[in-house]
Write a protein that binds this ligand. Sequence first.
Ligand SMILES: [Zn+2]
Length: 272
Amino acid sequence: MHQERRRAFITAVAIAAPILATAAVQLAATLAAWLLRAREAALRRQLPYIVSLAVGVLLATALLHLLPEAIDQLGNRRLTWALTGGAMVALFAAERLFFVISGTGAEPEVGEPCAEHHHQHTPQGAKPAALILASMLHSFVDGAAVAVAFLTSPRIGWLTALAIALHEIPHRMGDFALLVHLKVPLPRALRLTLYAGLPSFLGLAAVLFAGAHSASTIAWLLPISAGSFLYIATVNLLPELERESRLSRVLLQLTCLTAGAGLVVLVGNLGG
Ligand SMILES: [Zn+2]
């Protein structure tokens, strides 16, 4: 009986941790978007450094944790790598098709504002609904990634949550700034920004449900999760840093990127 209660407690903690992590990530991203309203100029200057940190954390989490764990569980076989590459191609295909059909991008620009060029950065004919729908699809994948990671190990779970928080903060700020730019009233823009993150709980629930029924399915989601992190870091985020031309800021961005990767190595080494 005591054993049973103990097992129930461990299960409850295992389910509560990813839910808590996802809630924290969404709260931080929405709060960041809300803060953007008050101190836009100051926050926008910091964004490239948050993006740099996110690139480091995403790359290191994918390459040092998710992929090695996938190979441990599935073996170093072609299918593991095919799933990683397949996830990258699938995300590219989804974003491109969404862009062509709706006329909006999945990851809005978050760089420094430049008044006269702003219209070139804004996807032509971007519609608020399409923009939020794209972010909703993205946050579904994020929520699933958190659940996969927590089912693998709590340490990888928290690292994944950090990787997601760091890229969701600039992503959601970008959404919010673009909505305001599209003349969406502020309260509605904030509401839409909040809705954009809600499907992450659906992704989380789907994976927890699948994991409860067959634990072996989760291992196959690890290379997919790694592929999505590699894609977000290299395709969505790195190009945003390429616009910087001042040496001191480039060096600071590289430092932040290295610090992000170093943080993952550090957390990975804690407790062996
Ligand atoms: Zn994300």
